[in-house]
Design a protein around this ligand. Structure first.
Ligand SMILES: NC(=O)c1ccc[n+]([C@@H]2O[C@H](COP(=O)([O-])OP(=O)(O)OC[C@H]3O[C@@H](n4cnc5c(N)ncnc54)[C@H](O)[C@@H]3O)[C@@H](O)[C@H]2O)c1
Ligand SMILES: [Zn+2]
Length: 348
């Protein structure tokens, strides 16, 4: 049996607890009587029995609903339920629910208390951790948002059993990212336990989530507002976002290729050796993530350029100094374009 473990984020004089090893069936123990549950229709259908004693708001699914319209509708419902400053919101669902619930809780009545029960692996290791609560605006992802930590995050791997396998890969990609940027031991753990992870052995996946959460919380505790250290969490994402946009493949797969190209650049700069790169490639393949992506390199370069414009011209690129250690370097756009043109991980 898993023991209950807690990892803390310290922010604004408050402690935010990320709990692993407890069950979603114990959710009621975490919820004050004034709770309103925000979830999505799928998750409500599967797990709604655990919050039947509380009012709930079930939103739709898909990135398109992560907008101010959805937020507006939730504000309206909260007023209808007469939620006041003593109210509590718990978001139960994937990254979209966590982002929306966190944003609503951070703005309704200038902020009320909230918690998360992430139900996808991506949300358990990434979206629910670190306090970023963003919504999309005018076609731009996470353009509006807050940084505000929940009181608690409850991660129970048992809910991953109903998750489509395709979505599991998204979370695994972020776990591998955490290992590559901060802890080689986690790489060993994944390599040694890949079968148990892919078949969702609860003990193993519980350990994996705990390791991964610890890495992200340590980084967030050093740099909550992303002025330095937290940028390392963008490893594989500058190119990953561009690949996602151009090819339409999902986030985790795009980040897999993005991480490979960033590791490839790290070898070209003499930071890691080609054996290290080969090890990353084998691990991604083992975990059913893509290691090559047929795509138009010029379109990818163009997408990176557009992204760069939004970030006021700077590209803080994340490279690997060794396996388990990331470094931040500014890379000139022309150099980056050259690396993309030469990469063996992109197709035509
Ligand atoms: N705030 C952050 O720091 C942060 C970090 C990473 C990603 N994100 C955001 O997270 C979002 C993606 O999150 P996601 O991948 O969890 O997607 P998602 O929230 O869209 O969930 C994916 C699908 O899985 C379903 N689902 C959720 N849990 C399930 C379960 N246990 N069983 C069966 N089905 C289930 C959902 O209904 C949905 O259809 C993006 O909007 C992204 O921007 C935010
Ligand atoms: Zn990501």
């Amino acid at each position: 049996m898993n023991s209950i473990k807690s990892t803390e984020i310290f922010s604004n004089g408050k402690i935010s607890q990320i709990i692993t090893g407890d069950k979603i069936s114990n959710l009621s123990r975490y919820l004050p009587p004034e709770t309103v549950v925000i979830t999505d229709v799928n998750v409500n259908h599967l797990y709604g029995g655990y919050w039947s004693n509380w009012p709930n708001i079930a939103i739709g699914v898909g990135e398109k609903i992560k907008t101010l319209d959805t937020v507006n509708e939730i504000y309206r419902r909260l007023l209808e339920y007469e939620v006041d400053r003593s109210g509590f919101i718990v978001g139960v669902g994937g990254g979209i629910v966590c982002d929306i619930a966190g944003f609503v809780a951070s703005t309704y009545l200038r902020g009320i208390r909230f918690g998360f029960v992430p139900t996808t692996l991506l949300a358990q290791v990434d979206a629910a951790i670190g306090g970023k609560n963003g919504i999309n605006y005018n076609g731009f992802k996470n353009q509006i948002g807050t940084i505000n930590q929940p009181d608690f995050v409850l991660c129970d791997p048992v809910v991953l059993q109903t998750l489509p396998k395709e979505l599991l890969a998204d979370g695994i990609s972020e776990v591998i990212k955490h290992a590559l940027i901060a802890e080689e031991k986690l790489l060993d753990f994944i390599e040694n336990n890949y079968n148990a992870i892919l078949s969702l052995d609860l003990q193993t996946i519980g350990e994996l989530i705990h390791h991964s959460v610890k890495i992200k919380t340590e980084i967030v505790n050093q740099d909550e507002k992303e002025n330095g250290e937290r940028r390392k969490l963008n490893f594989g994402h500058t190119l990953g976002h561009a690949i996602e946009k151009v090819t339409g493949i999902n986030h985790g797969k795009a980040v897999s290729i993005g991480m490979l190209i960033a590791a490839e650049i790290s070898t070209k700069k003499g930071l890691i050796c080609s054996d290290d790169l080969a090890r990353i490639q084998s691990l991604l393949k083992l975990m059913n993530l893509p290691i090559n992506c047929p795509s138009n390199r010029l379109e990818i370069i163009d997408a990176v350029a557009k992204d760069k414009k939004r970030q006021a011209g700077q590209i803080y690129f994340i490279l690997l100094a060794k396996l388990g250690k990331a470094i931040i370097q500014e890379i000139g756009f022309a150099d980056l374009a050259e690396y993309i043109k030469e990469s063996k991980f992109l197709g035509s």
